[in-house]
Design a protein around this ligand. Structure first.
Ligand SMILES: Cc1ncc(COP(=O)(O)O)c(C=O)c1O
Length: 405
């Protein structure tokens, strides 16, 4: 029995595969350093834990409305007003099983077969695959000069009569770039003029450092009607360190939201109630954990940038947000998959090949772990690649010699 053509075309998630590789190696007792991780290590906010536990102890755990529990929707409405300066109603909100699921719902609701979705490289690995999962066509925009921020002209050049949506992710996974307000303004105005959906993936919008700041796209929107084509994607995974809770949401016009609610009703019925309660607890609770996480990440970012600046041959555009950076290693190997495999095999360091994000020659390195992991991880990479680095290194309790050129 054969599987569908569509299923055969969907790639495995490289980031989830690497998480698994790191886990298996650690279980075997290998001193692996995971610089490929996509989640903060900080604890879940206590308000979230307590809200989840309180629900669980009622032993009354049922289906919820498909769109989400009223208290969470209310919290999202307030979040949108506080953070985006936008007043919305409950008919604009849909809670789903993580922002990834939210993105899937958006694509499912918008895209007809062969319609195009513009995605700017470097991009989050799942966008093109999810577009393909709804029989759409991902159209990738790559900046000619290798920069992480696309030029408006590059985006416009890729728009065709089939373009249904443009997806923007700023702060960006994998580069950590924060797109300038002028570009967001141009995008909002252009999409409103052209009637193209603009999907803003804001999952990292609270994890921005002391450089360029994230800006609410509603600031530039002139379309206050209920046919606005601006769609916001957000969730508790990153800023609240709640990746395991799988709660994300969309803010969209009522027609698109109603379509997504129907899709979700036939797909998962609703997100799990205990996890929704916990997410509401996080949004309504003490917010200082986010500041603490941001300061922790900024400090880690500085360490990572210093380490990489002292690495001959590596070029880096420093990240302004998230917990990733995307240094250019092409001086060592232009094939990022081969390079990432080599580093895992020789130095036991997990990195994610830039190719997976649409930018060859780069590696995504995360700095959401400890300072020790960052410093030792980069030191091992140097040892494996840089002939000027010391020839011997300790990995765990093993002393290794570099015996390759
Ligand atoms: C840009 C971006 N969007 C969405 C997601 C998905 O988030 P969630 O874990 O809530 O599904 C991720 C997760 O890595 C991401 O990096």
């Amino acid at each position: 029995m054969s599987i569908s053509q569509l299923a055969r075309e969907i790639k495995e998630s490289p980031t989830l595969r690497l998480n698994e590789t790191a886990r298996v190696l650690r279980e075997k007792g290998e001193a692996v350093i995971h610089l490929g991780a996509g989640e903060p290590k900080s604890k879940v906010p206590m308000d979230a834990v307590l809200a989840g536990v309180a629900k669980l102890t009622t032993a009354d755990i049922r289906y919820t409305p498909t769109e989400g529990i009223p208290s969470l929707i209310k919290a999202i409405i307030r979040y949108t007003e506080d953070n985006y300066g936008k007043i919305i109603s409950k008919e604009n909100v849909l809670v789903s099983n993580g922002a990834k699921h939210s993105f899937y719902n958006i694509m499912m609701a918008l895209i007809n077969p062969q319609e195009e979705v513009i995605i700017c490289a470097p991009y989050w690995v799942s966008y093109p695959e999810i577009v393909k999962m709804v029989y759409g066509v991902p159209v990738i925009v790559t900046s000619e000069d290798g920069r992480f921020v696309p030029r408006m002209k590059d985006i416009v050049d890729h728009v065709s009569s089939y373009t249904k949506a443009i997806v923007i992710n700023s702060p960006n996974n994998p580069s950590g770039a924060v797109y300038p307000p002028e570009l967001i303004q141009e995008l909002v105005e252009y999409c409103e003029k052209k009637g193209i959906y603009l999907v803003m993936d804001d999952i990292y919008h609270k994890l921005v450092f002391n450089g360029p700041q994230w800006v609410s796209p509603y600031k530039f929107s002139k379309d206050n009607s209920d046919s606005s084509k601006l769609i916001i994607l957000n969730g508790v995974s990153k800023a609240y360190a709640m990746t395991g809770f799988r709660i994300g949401w969309t803010v969209a016009n009522t027609k698109v939201t109603a379509a997504m609610v129907n899709i979700q009703a036939q797909n998962i019925s609703c997100p799990a109630v205990v996890l929704q309660e916990a997410a509401a607890g996080a949004l309504n609770g003490v917010q200082s954990g986010i500041d603490a996480l941001r300061m922790f990440l900024q400090n880690n970012r500085d360490v990572m940038v210093n380490e990489l600046r002292a690495f001959t041959g590596v070029k880096l555009i420093p990240p302004d947000g998230t917990f990733y950076c995307l240094p250019d290693f092409s001086a060592y190997n232009k094939d990022s998959v081969a390079l990432s495999n080599f580093l895992l095999e020789k130095a036991l360091v997990v990195t994610v090949p830039g190719k997976e994000f649409g930018l060859e020659g780069h590696l995504r390195l995360s700095y959401c772990g400890t300072i020790k992991e960052i410093m030792e991880g980069v030191e091992r990479i140097k040892w494996a690649l840089d002939p000027e680095a010391p020839n011997e290194i300790y990995i765990g309790d093993r002393k290794l010699r570099r015996d390759w050129k």
